[in-house]
Design a protein. Structure first.
Length: 490
């Protein structure tokens, strides 16, 4: 392959000083992914299980199959976007092309026909693949912009945290509307989460938000990055292209980071997919708590947004990620462990909900922070790979990361479905009327699985080989190897 400049295919790379408006535009695009992630994790299982009547383990199996099949599309999109040669650059043609497919596929997912169980299972699998594939057209090129926006070690953390902020904001805004409006209890249906028509409004609102967010992000970053690439690797036969992709993705730092992600996103899939069951049947959330829940989670994300940069500067990215992950699991499991030992206030007591929500706010903040640092560390892998291979493939690395997330989140969702079935949770269960032994088993297995996932993630974070000093040295070597890139346009 042809050696490339450190700007890697765009004349708009910059070593630092990304304008605030660009950060906002770049971050706002994550609203689309946040809505999708939240919908899949929080509502999809209970919608197809309790509303449409599909067994929980089959729902989990369908989502896992769909995610794994779709995940193979991500590396292809990343690889092709790295090699896209257009007057709008490498990334923006893909983002613009994703707008209509994202909205249409999201609408279809939440409007299944009243078919037989096997047919509905096939519909869920197919529509889930369509949603994930459409989102890949958007998310892979969008994430790949980060190393092009800045090569500064710490500014990468500062920039990517906006994607987490907006991603959670989008998902939680729609979550709040779902709990407070679309799926609020009615006299006809006191269990609001079982209202079929509420999911219609939820889907349509999601379509509007996702479409607008994608368009705003594309237009907002267009002037900065939508320019013809400086250079591209030569086209090769399919076999040679596949071997080159394999060599790139075997980067040791990348594999270590993906190892951490395997545990972290399996845990996220498990937690999100079981969250509604925990709220309804373990903690028996009153209506006000359901409405406050999205604000509680977003407060945690704001905490992560504020504290991640200084923690990273003080501890370094990998140590910061490991320490904050350890604090997150300690806080997140504390209410469940205390409840198992009879030490947490009982449901209905004055302090139960405020105490639980306060702890979860802190746990969310410390849990999101390692994910922000993971995105920043992944950008650092790009220069490490470029120094070894002579070319940059931001799209391929971020696609590989999404590939891992989709496969592993699917496993987490599958585990959640199996967990719900294994502990004996009945269909159309009524909060407060479930056998206490079922609730005890649910909490116990949840605690054990979560501890296992976090232990693996922390171990892999600590093994990540790249740091700030090495990053600066890699930039120096790359600058000596090739001419400096042109100055960015504003």
């Amino acid at each position: 392959m042809v050696a490339r400049t450190p700007s890697s295919g765009t004349s708009q790379a910059k070593a630092g000083g990304v304008p605030f408006g660009i950060k906002l535009a770049y971050g706002s695009g994550a609203i689309t992914y946040g809505i999708k992630d939240n919908g899949f994790a929080v509502f999809l299982l209970i919608f197809y299980n309790q509303v449409m009547g599909l067994p929980a383990d089959l729902v989990g199996l369908a989502v896992m199959i769909a995610l794994i099949i779709d995940a193979f599309i991500d590396p292809v999109i990343g690889h092709l976007s790295d090699r896209t040669n257009s007057r709008w650059g490498r990334r923006h043609p893909w983002i613009y092309a994703s707008i209509l497919p994202v909205g249409l596929s999201w609408f279809l997912l939440w409007h299944p026909p009243q078919w037989s169980e096997p047919a509905m299972l096939a519909y869920l699998t197919g529509s889930a693949i369509l949603v994930r594939s459409a989102l890949a057209l958007n998310e892979v090129p969008s994430l790949a912009m980060l190393p092009e926006l800045t090569r500064d070690y710490h500014e990468r953390t500062d920039v990517i945290r906006y994607r987490f902020l907006f991603g959670w904001l989008g998902g939680l805004t729609l979550l709040f509307l779902a709990y407070a409006v679309f799926l609020a209890p009615t006299p006809e249906q006191p269990a609001g989460l079982l209202r079929r028509e509420g999911y219609d409004a939820y889907a349509i609102t999601g379509v509007v938000m996702m479409t607008l967010a994608t368009l705003v992000a594309a237009l907002g970053t267009h002037r900065r990055l939508a320019h013809p690439p400086i250079s591209l690797p030569p086209r090769q036969p399919l076999g040679a292209e596949l071997r080159a992709m394999g060599r790139t993705l075997r980067n040791p730092a990348f594999l270590t980071l993906m190892g951490a992600g395997v545990f972290a996103f399996a845990n996220q899939g498990l937690n999100f997919a079981t969250s509604t069951y925990m709220q309804l049947y373990v903690w028996e959330f009153p209506r006000w708590a359901m409405q406050v829940w999205p604000a509680t989670l977003f407060a945690g994300v704001v905490l992560a947004f504020v504290m991640t940069p200084p923690v990273s500067r003080r501890l370094g990215k990998k140590r910061g990620a490991a320490v904050m992950a350890a604090i997150a699991v300690t806080l997140g499991l504390a209410p469940y462990i205390l409840r198992l030992f009879g030490l947490f206030p009982e449901n209905g007591e004055t302090m139960t909900m405020p105490l639980f929500l306060a702890i979860i706010t802190l746990a969310t903040g410390f849990g999101v922070a390692p994910m922000i640092l993971t995105g920043s560390m992944l950008a650092d892998v790009v220069e490490d790979s470029e120094l070894k291979t002579g070319h940059r493939e931001e799209g391929l690395f971020y696609a590989g990361n999404l590939f891992m997330q989709k496969c592993v989140t699917g496993i987490g969702t599958f585990a959640a479905g199996m967990l719900i079935t294994a502990v004996g949770m009945p269909r159309e269960a009524v909060p407060g009327a479930v056998d206490p032994e079922v609730i005890q088993r649910l909490m116990l297995v949840f605690v054990v699985l979560t501890l296992s996932f976090f232990a693996g993630a922390i171990t892999m974070f600590l093994r990540f080989p790249l740091d700030e000093k090495g990053h600066e040295e890699r930039l120096r070597l790359l600058a000596a190897r090739t001419p400096a890139p042109p100055a960015p346009l504003h």
